[in-house]
Design a protein around this ligand. Sequence first.
Ligand code: ZN
Length: 244
Amino acid sequence: MAFRPGHDPSLRPGPSSRVLAVADSKVAEGVAVGGEPLHVGWIDDAPVFAARPTDGLPEDARGLRAVLAEGPEDFALAAGRAAQLLDWETTHAFCGRCGTASERSSAELTRVCPNCGLVTYPRISPAVIMAVRRGDEVLLARRAGLSLFWSVLAGFVDPGESLEQAVVREVEEEVGLQVDALEYVGSQPWPFPSQLMIGFRARYAGGELRIDETELAEAGWFRLDALPEIPPPYTIANRLILGR
Ligand SMILES: [Zn+2]
């Protein structure tokens, strides 16, 4: 079973389709939905649609994080894309230039302003996430606030910045260290609400730990055989930390 993202504007839900109702970062199938369902791809040969539930979701609707953690993977990827696209439709319901209500394009996966013609593409916010290594140690930090996990550093890419520049800048800003020997590891869509996490490893190249206390509660070096509680296996953070 595999999820293939895509968009065919001519498709409408049929007997073999799957309609994912998404609201409040939860997802369910087989519930009443409102509006025109949005085609988001295929699971095997079955078209998959995203829509908002008419009367809310049932009590046993699964959270997107639980779906990502527990699978099945094809459903998790479909639900993540459905959630991202519905969030984009909600937050781009009006033209950002002239304020007119925007409309779903009948030709492609865009929203179009009927007044001024502005075309809006689905929004993705790229963020770099990086494991800094020093010998057999890895740099981990705990976010300010309620976070329980120790994890790698991460941050959004600025306009005009390369991914590599974002890695170097974020590490410098958050913990005051320099890094080099950047190596791309992989990426993960992260639908909370619309990030693409782009994972790197980097080598410690100098500096003393000095944390940005608005972002982080604490940071430190950990030996790989003595790690604290880290993010769960389905996250790219886990993969970066463990070197999988
Ligand atoms: Zn407009």
